[in-house]
Each structure stands twice: as structure tokens, then as C-alpha cells.
Design a protein around this ligand. Structure first.
Ligand SMILES: [Zn+2]
Length: 388
């Protein structure tokens, strides 16, 4: 337990003396069991609307959350991050506990990293920065690009990346705007552009492609990290895509993988979770039922029927809620669900070339600056995914 920090005061403007606990959300804990354990009224959950109850099912095991207590050690406030932009804030208003969805106060940072390869890019990045998310993201971005195993001791690696910080600690996903590997006197670039990685020629690299999990009639709700609902005067987030389809429509695994969960999950009703390669996970919610014999630990193929569309949990009409997570961070499935890699051409390619010219200059500058790496001291909030 730490004495109230300036940081906390800054964003809660809580004035009297208090204690702040930073805790890790345990595996298997739900929002309701959390309320029960802390003697908080269950009404906090039941008075939420359906979107908010869905979000309560998005609390990730392993996520760090904060609890504020008064001098009598009584719970005053709780902050639980959901996705990358919003958090659940439990607080007392007029003597009554309520939960509100609020934006997370984030600091955005840009860093450069220059490395002389000693062992492997992955290990060298971790050694230099303690930043596992960065190392994972790097390995992911180079899939389908230059073979990193062929790198030699003394080869160079330069990265320019963006990350966020919440309450002084690294938070959410890392974006590597541009990376350059120099091997055998040749430079290889990878660029982050329109939510995907591309090589210098504008060819998309990420080799992880998902298929659409259901034959749908329409998309009833798109993915959104955070938006303000002007009528309800509330912040909203929807960490997946809703595909409207009749009850009983087959739901197919979006990729090869392993079933890691099949059961009930709060507002999402009947849920299947599948873990895939490269620390991706997919979630299928509101299911009517599972395919006979489906069990946790089972391997599934892309396109294999796993369940049927339903209306379970909090759902206004039959639809499939489809969520996609990378290193346990919800990302927009629309950027990954497609049939083939794309290659930029025509006007798009021209814009891309202009854009990458600037990034190459950034790499050159980083190379010349050769600044010491930014070291992270916390990377353990990520709950490691099972390898499929
Ligand atoms: Zn949904």
C-alpha cells in the first residue's frame, strides 16, 4: 500500500487523507464476485445498462486496478481499466455507490531505440528496455518480412515507437511506427500504416488473417474504444463487432487455434474464446449453444463450426459479438478480418511513399542520436496467453 500519490490526486482531486492500493485482477474474478468480496452493493452491477454490463465482462485477468480507501480503511473509489481508453470508476455519490465509464487519463509517448544485435532482436529489445510489449510487437511486425533468425551479431536495429502510460506505468498496446533492420549492409524497413504493417514497396506483411466468423445480415454495432453518447450523456465503448444474424446460424472459428474457454461470461452470455498464434485471441458472445462435444483445450481449424448465433446474456436481438485481442488488448477486428494481404497501388501508394519518406528520416535521426533506451519497470500486467 502506498500513501496517496500526487498522481492520484491530480486525476481524482480527492482531497482528504487516503490510501491507494494497486492490485492485479485475479483470474476467474468477475465484476459481481469483486463487489461481493468488497462488500459493495450488487446493485452497482444490476443498475447498469446492457452495454455497461457487457463492458464489465471485458475486465482482463491480470489487469492492474486501483482501490482508494479512507483512513478507516473503508473503500472509497475503484478504477478498473477496460480496453485502452476507458475505465470503470466506482465511487460514492450522495452516499450511494455507483459505477461510471470514464476516459482514462493517458500520457502518449514517442521513443526511439537503437540496438546492436547481440543475441536476437527479441532478447536484445527486452534487455535494453524491459519492454515485453515492444519486443512482441516487433516480432509480430516482422512476420512475413526479413527472416530475423538470419541476423548476425553486430547487425543494427532501429525502432521508432509510440506507447501510452497510465498512472506513470506503461499501458495498452505499442505501435512501432517504423523499424529498420540493417544486415549485410542492406536496410530493411517495416512501416505501420492504416493499422497494418507494410514493407517499403507498400506490400502488407502481417500474415495473420482471420475469416469472418458468421454469415451475417448486417453489422449492428462496430468496434469503438471510446465514444461520447450525447443523449445518454455517457461514455461508451464497444470492444468488438456485432454481426446480426438469425438464431441458430453457425458460428465458425475465425482462425486456427485452441479453445481456451467455453461457458458463461456475464453480459456476453454463452461465450467461446479461442487463442491463436502470435498472441491473438478471439471471443464469440451471445451464443445460443456450442457444437456438441466442444470443450476447452480442443484445437479448431479456421472455418470450423464451433457454435450457433443466439441471444444469451444481455442482447437486444440475435447477433454474434465478435472480439479480437492482441496480447490481451482489444483491437478492431475489422483491421485483421480479411481474405488476403493487400498491396497498395496508384494514389494510395503515392501517399504511402511520401509518408514513409518522413519515417525513414526519423530512423536516420534516431541512428545519429543514439539515445539510451527507455527502460520500463513494469510489464507484468499482461496475462500471458497460452500458445496454441
Ligand atoms: Zn457487442
Amino acid at each position: 500500500m502506498i500513501r496517496l500519490t500526487l498522481l492520484w490526486m491530480l486525476f481524482l482531486s480527492f482531497s482528504c487523507s487516503a490510501y491507494l492500493d494497486e492490485l492485479k485482477w485475479p483470474k476467474g474474478e468477475t465484476f459481481l464476485t469483486f463487489l461481493e468480496k468488497n462488500q459493495l452493493p450488487q446493485d452497482i452491477y444490476y443498475s447498469l445498462d446492457k452495454e455497461e454490463q457487457e463492458l464489465a465482462a471485458e475486465i482482463m485477468a491480470g489487469v492492474k486496478y486501483q482501490v482508494l480507501r479512507n483512513d478507516n480503511k473503508e473503500l472509497e473509489q475503484v478504477l478498473i481499466p477496460i480496453g485502452e481508453e476507458v475505465q470503470m470508476h466506482i465511487k460514492k455519490v450522495n452516499g450511494k455507490f455507483i459505477m461510471e465509464i470514464e476516459p482514462i487519463k493517458l500520457q502518449e509517448e514517442e521513443h526511439e531505440l537503437v540496438i546492436n544485435i547481440q543475441r536476437s532482436p527479441y532478447l536484445d529489445i527486452i534487455n535494453a528496455t524491459n519492454n515485453y510489449l515492444l519486443a512482441n510487437e516487433f516480432a509480430q511486425s516482422f512476420k512475413g518480412g526479413v527472416n530475423l533468425r538470419n541476423l548476425q551479431k553486430g547487425d543494427k536495429l532501429v525502432l521508432y515507437y509510440q506507447q501510452k502510460r497510465r498512472l506513470g506505468k506503461q499501458f495498452g498496446s505499442v505501435k512501432i511506427e517504423v523499424s529498420m533492420v540493417e544486415t549485410g549492409k542492406k536496410e530493411h524497413y517495416i512501416f505501420y500504416y492504416k493499422e497494418n504493417y507494410y514493407d517499403e514497396k507498400g506490400q502488407e506483411l502481417d500474415n495473420f488473417l482471420l475469416s469472418t466468423p458468421v454469415n451475417y445480415t448486417r453489422i449492428s454495432s462496430p468496434f469503438t474504444q471510446m465514444r461520447w453518447h450525447p443523449v445518454l450523456q455517457k461514455y461508451r465503448a464497444h470492444l468488438g463487432i456485432d454481426y446480426a444474424a438469425p438464431v441458430g446460424t453457425p458460428v465458425r472459428s475465425a482462425g486456427n487455434g485452441k479453445v481456451t474457454f467455453a461457458g458463461q461470461k456475464g453480459g456476453y452470455g454463452n461465450v467461446i474464446e479461442i487463442s491463436h498464434d502470435s498472441s491473438y485471441k478471439t471471443l464469440y458472445g451471445h451464443l445460443n449453444g456450442f457444437v456438441k462435444g466442444l470443450r476447452s483445450g480442443q484445437r479448431v481449424k479456421q472455418g470450423q463450426v464451433i457454435a450457433y448465433v443466439g441471444n444469451t446474456g444481455l442482447s437486444t436481438g440475435p447477433h454474434l459479438h465478435f472480439g479480437l485481442y492482441r496480447s490481451n488488448v482489444a483491437i478492431n477486428p475489422a483491421s485483421v478480418v480479411k481474405i488476403a494481404k493487400s498491396a497498395l497501388s496508384g494514389k494510395d501508394l503515392k501517399i504511402f511513399m511520401e509518408y514513409t519518406k518522413e519515417l525513414k528520416e526519423k530512423i536516420q535521426k534516431a541512428f545519429d542520436n543514439n539515445l539510451p533506451p527507455v527502460k520500463e519497470d513494469n510489464f507484468d500486467y499482461i496475462y500471458p496467453l497460452e500458445k496454441s
